[in-house]
Design a binder for this molecule. Structure first.
Ligand code: ADP
Ligand code: AMP
Length: 214
């Protein structure tokens, strides 16, 4: 399975990614996670990316594309992969097409998770993430059994620094202006699968499996 998860910030991409990679046994490639890891490790890439991420802006295409290209060349991507949060611009989508062509492979589907903007803000603000395993929770919609502690690994939960109202609103605008044209891009290529994202997490997962089967 070679898949892309598309959708605005807070749509549920990371949440569904946890399920999809387990179900299909493919690696999860989240450009946001890669940048956050680089920030934590204090790399030059992390320092550059942070200045854009803190404002809710996109990191420049030139920085993103190379990272993804290198990652897709790794052995674990041979049988498939799940791209989460990439591509986010038409330039990135065109570059990805070139990379896949060089690899001699094609996408199976682009899963477009649809959620209305009013809901996205509260989803992102209430999001909590495990520092150890990266699992995603929500303080109201999907709380851990014990506050601040990951159910899966016992790790500490934290709130992302860009999950504050003003930054989230900017990220949603950036999505509308720069990323949403990709819906049409992949629709034209017959790859788009629309998923109703305002349902329970398990129902969204089921719809994804059914859509990929069909
Ligand atoms: P994205 O990766 O698209 O930014 P996440 O998967 O991190 O989004 O989800 C954002 C927040 O919304 C998280 O706190 C998550 O627990 C919650 N969430 C995800 N899917 C749903 C859903 N179907 N219903 C309610 N809350 C959800
Ligand atoms: P995410 O974890 O997907 O919500 O991404 C968090 C932030 O990382 C975004 O707001 C961007 O600043 C940056 N980012 C992640 N992926 C990309 C991408 N494909 N292109 C540009 N910026 C990105």
């Amino acid at each position: 399975m070679r898949l892309i998860l598309l959708g605005p910030p807070g749509a549920g991409k990371g949440t569904q990614a946890e399920f999809i990679i387990e179900k299909y046994g493919i690696p999860h490639i989240s450009t946001g996670d890669i940048f956050r890891k680089n920030i934590k490790e204090g790399t030059a890439l992390g320092t550059r990316a942070k200045s854009f991420m803190d404002k809710g802006e996109l990191v420049p295409d030139s920085l993103v594309v190379e990272i993804v290209e290198d990652r897709l060349k790794e052995a674990d991507c041979k049988e498939g992969f799940l791209l989460d949060g990439f591509p986010r611009t038409e330039v990135q989508a065109l570059e990805l097409d070139k990379v896949l062509e060089k690899m001699g492979v094609d996408l199976n589907a682009v899963i477009n998770i649809k959620v209305n903007p009013e809901i996205l803000v509260s989803r992102a603000i209430g999001r909590r993430i495990c520092r150890t395993c990266g699992a995603t929770y929500h303080v109201v919609n999907n709380p851990p059994k014990s506050e601040g502690v990951c159910d899966k690994c016992g790790g500490e939960l934290y709130q992302r620094s860009d999950d504050v109202e003003e930054t989230v609103k900017n990220r949603i605008n950036v999505y509308v202006n720069e990323t949403s044209p990709l819906i049409h891009y992949y629709e034209k290529r017959g790859k788009l699968v629309d998923i109703e994202g305002e349902q329970d997490i398990d129902v969204v997962s089921e719809d994804i499996v059914n859509a990929l089967r069909g």
